[in-house]
Design a protein around this ligand. Structure first.
Ligand SMILES: Nc1ncnc2c1ncn2[C@@H]1O[C@H](COP(=O)(O)OP(=O)(O)OP(=O)(O)O)[C@@H](O)[C@H]1O
Ligand SMILES: [Mg+2]
Length: 250
């Protein structure tokens, strides 16, 4: 039975997709069978892994078409890709009874086959994200250590609280972790302290450094361990994975 994580933050560009790819790759390297679900119409996760010629995407799954067969990316790592069609899915899904539970239903048929399912959410709190939070056991929140990303956090925790009370009573904030972190920047250090006050133990000690290799790897369709396994970004995502396992989040 798998554990399902929604990688979510409605602020754009905070590292959701980068974290989904590279946490997924770290879990796969540790022998865990991992399924990545690209729930963003931007399809950045799909593109980051160099997946092309998509016949069936998550869109068809959500709108009652064919069931996707996850694509094997590498040993232990699979993906259900996204496509631009997904931008229409929210409108089509909104008329369905039980519209918040559609992804949960889709994943219930796949749960037995994977150790972990990681859902890359879009930068919004719309119906796609609500579906992810309804299907998930835990939310993992990547956060850039700057002022504006911090401002949106109360809204996110509010939505998570509402979904927990109305749709998914076992939903939990698994962790918050800082991304694109540069310890030389005073602002980054100050924000880290604020986040610690707000989230306490939920804030991971592991911080994902600002590391150019993490931005380069998607251009060749690779995760960071295949691109450069000894760079700082790879070491950080491996540490993040270890800390999640140690904290029994993963
Ligand atoms: N630790 C990092 N160091 C350097 N660049 C990074 C790092 N993490 C992410 N990036 C780059 O920052 C940009 C935004 O990252 P990413 O796409 O993962 O964010 P996102 O939250 O998924 O964005 P969106 O909200 O648009 O889905 C990308 O170009 C990515 O390559
Ligand atoms: Mg993204």
């Amino acid at each position: 039975m798998s554990k399902i994580f929604a990688i979510s933050n409605h602020k754009g560009g905070v590292g959701k997709t980068t974290s989904t790819v590279n946490l997924g790759a770290a879990l796969a390297l540790k022998g865990k069978k991992t399924l990545l679900v690209d729930l963003d119409p931007q399809a950045n996760l799909t593109q980051s892994l160099g997946i092309k010629n998509i016949e069936i995407s998550i869109y068809e799954n959500l709108t009652g078409g064919k069931a996707a067969v996850p694509i094997e990316v590498k040993k232990n790592m699979y993906i259900i890709p996204s496509s631009l069609d997904l931008s229409a899915a929210e409108i089509e899904m909104s008329a369905e009874p039980g519209r918040e539970y559609i992804l949960k239903d889709v994943l219930s048929q796949l749960k037995q086959k994977y150790d972990y399912i990681l859902i890359d959410c879009p930068p919004s709190l719309g119906l796609l994200t609500i579906n992810a939070l309804t299907a998930a056991d835990s939310v993992l929140i990547p956060l850039q250590a700057e002022y504006l990303p911090l401002r949106g956090l109360a809204k996110l925790t509010d939505v998570i609280g509402k979904i927990k009370s109305r749709l998914n009573p076992t939903l939990d904030i698994g962790c918050v972790f800082l991304t694109q972190y540069d310890p030389r920047k005073v602002l980054n250090r100050d924000i880290a302290e604020n986040v610690k006050e707000f989230f306490g133990e939920k804030l991971l000690n592991t911080k994902i450094s600002s590391n150019i290799a993490l931005a380069e790897a998607p251009s060749v369709g690779k995760d960071i361990f295949l691109y450069n396994k000894s760079c700082k970004g790879a070491l950080d995502y491996n540490d993040l994975c270890d800390e999640l396992i140690k904290m029994k989040v993963a």
